[in-house]
Design a protein around this ligand. Structure first.
Ligand code: NCD
Length: 331
């Protein structure tokens, strides 16, 4: 990039240089939060803050000009797909959006994920994939030579969401160490819960898992929590945790993962966060939700300054800008 293209407000060369040394993330797939430690988390968060500043000052940059991202979504999405697209476009790149339903792609003719991915990599420098099966992103990455970013593999992981969730906690409360985080709702099928829980284990946190019996945190994730030796407790009752929580992370019951819809009906309205409940919470607590919500948080709560879920949405774009820049880093 020539110096003539630099905006006086923003030193893109310096930024590119930093991204090029991007803590080992250049050229990497982003499949699981297991790839992150405090070091590369703080690298990504610093870059996300720079992205925020850049967007607020000038709206867009040319950092990824000429780069193409393929967005391949086999499951519905609003925020994840739009924020990846916005992230790429705000960095001057462009997108092949297969996000309006793979029924309009050759997937509906029976094409395998492997072949679809091997096709898209002929056009694109990276692929974002959302797919209903656990392990699908890993499978795609095994076939693709360009980086694959997991945008949700069934009830498995959602690493980019967990990064934006953790970033939101850090930005809202100024720290992560020492916080009490309560996760509420569908802890069994919620992939954001699995990923965020594992990320939080890099910090000195207390964890409270609040769910109906059939939606308890899976053992695979709970074993990570136990191995990390953090203070942890499970309960069915959100009133048990509300007084002490610093973060209330609320989730939707994942209807699409139930094989027995009668079971879904039993638990779908188990929790509703209301303004009355929040009267018992700390003044500085934050209410988060990966969204979409389908009744878990009453609309009245939106006016409460502690409701952080739309700020969380905005953070998603900055985090994805930082990740794309890191993964596509131009050495
Ligand atoms: C989440 C997901 O897809 O896992 N949504 C998102 O990416 N923001 C949560 C959900 O669907 O409930």
């Amino acid at each position: 990039m020539s110096n003539q293209e630099l905006t006086p407000l923003f030193n893109l060369d310096a930024m590119t240089q930093k991204v090029a040394n991007s803590n080992g993330l250049t050229g990497q797939d982003i499949l699981s939060v297991d790839q992150f430690d405090r070091d590369n988390l703080s690298f990504i968060f610093d870059r996300a803050r720079e992205m925020r500043e850049m967007v607020q000052r000038v709206g867009s940059a040319d950092l990824l000009k000429g780069y193409v991202l393929a967005c391949l979504f086999y499951e519905p999405s609003t925020r994840t797909s739009s924020s990846f697209i916005a992230a790429m476009e705000r960095l001057g790149g462009s997108v092949i959006p297969i996000t309006q339903g793979v029924q309009f792609s050759s997937v509906s003719k029976g094409e395998t994920l492997a072949d679809t991915v091997r096709t898209l990599e002929q056009y694109a420098d990276a692929i974002v994939l959302r797919h209903p099966e656990i392990g699908s992103a890993k499978l795609a990455a095994d076939y693709a030579s360009v980086p694959v970013l997991n945008a949700g593999d069934g009830p498995g992981e959602h690493p980019t969401q967990a990064l934006l969730d953790l970033f939101t906690i850090r930005e809202e409360l100024g720290r992560v160490d020492g916080l009490k985080v309560a996760m509420v709702g569908d802890l069994r099928y919620g992939r954001t819960v699995q990923s965020l829980t594992k990320l939080l284990l890099h910090f000195d946190v207390s964890l409270r898992f609040v769910s109906p019996e059939i939606l308890r945190l899976p053992l695979t994730t709970m074993n990570h929590v136990i191995d990390a030796g953090v203070d942890v407790r499970e309960t069915h009752d959100v009133a048990d945790v509300i007084k002490n929580a610093d973060v209330l992370y609320v989730t939707r019951v994942q209807k699409e993962r139930f094989s027995d819809l009668a079971q879904y009906e039993e638990v779908k309205n188990y929790y509703e966060i209301t303004t009355e409940l929040l009267e018992k919470a700390k003044d500085k607590m934050v209410v988060m939700h990966p969204l979409p919500r389908v009744g878990e948080i009453h609309y009245n709560v939106d006016k409460d300054p502690r409701a952080a879920y739309f700020r969380q949405v905005q953070n998603g774009m900055y985090i994805r800008m930082a990740l794309l820049a890191a993964v596509l880093g131009r050495a």
